[in-house]
Design a protein. Structure first.
Length: 152
């Protein structure tokens, strides 16, 4: 078969290679895109935490700790609630429903263990009153708080 000088021949009877490596330029572009998206999510999360912190303080909950880290994990916000504590997990996403979907069973258990670890450092220890709130923020900056989200 005679080809035009700028045409290439391709054998359509053979399958394309599976898992062929991406050209290095495309790999770099993909890595940059993922890194940028991760950075945006990180800063959006910080902004959501700050807005929710201000909302709780406006409602007279004094902030005790922000991003408290123990052996079991991190708690976004810890507020004084009377003689007890309100542990707040912040989730930001496109919608409230999407934000709530990001909270799984393993994370709930991790939050509970972290809260137990935190109250262990307090004078009343395990006798402290505790509640777990989930604070959601949507893409418009609207806030929805589910108080005592994990039950009594």
């Amino acid at each position: 078969m005679s080809l035009h000088p700028t045409q290439m021949e391709f054998d359509f009877s053979r399958a394309a290679p599976v898992g062929a490596p991406m050209p290095p330029r495309r790999v770099a572009a993909e890595q940059h895109r993922r890194r940028s998206r991760g950075e945006m999510s990180y800063y959006a999360g910080l902004a959501a935490e700050d807005a929710i912190k201000r909302d709780y303080e406006r409602r007279s909950y004094p902030l005790l700790r922000q991003r408290w880290r123990g052996r079991s994990g991190e708690i976004d916000l810890i507020f004084r609630d009377g003689d007890g504590f309100a542990f707040v997990e912040v989730k930001a996403s496109w919608s409230f429903d999407q934000a709530l979907e990001h909270l799984g069973k393993r994370q709930i258990r991790r939050l509970q263990k972290s809260a137990e670890e935190f109250v262990g450092t307090q004078p009343l220890g395990a006798l402290s009153d505790m509640r777990f709130d989930v604070a959601l923020m949507d893409r418009h900056g609207m806030i929805r708080v589910i108080e005592n989200a994990f039950g009594p």
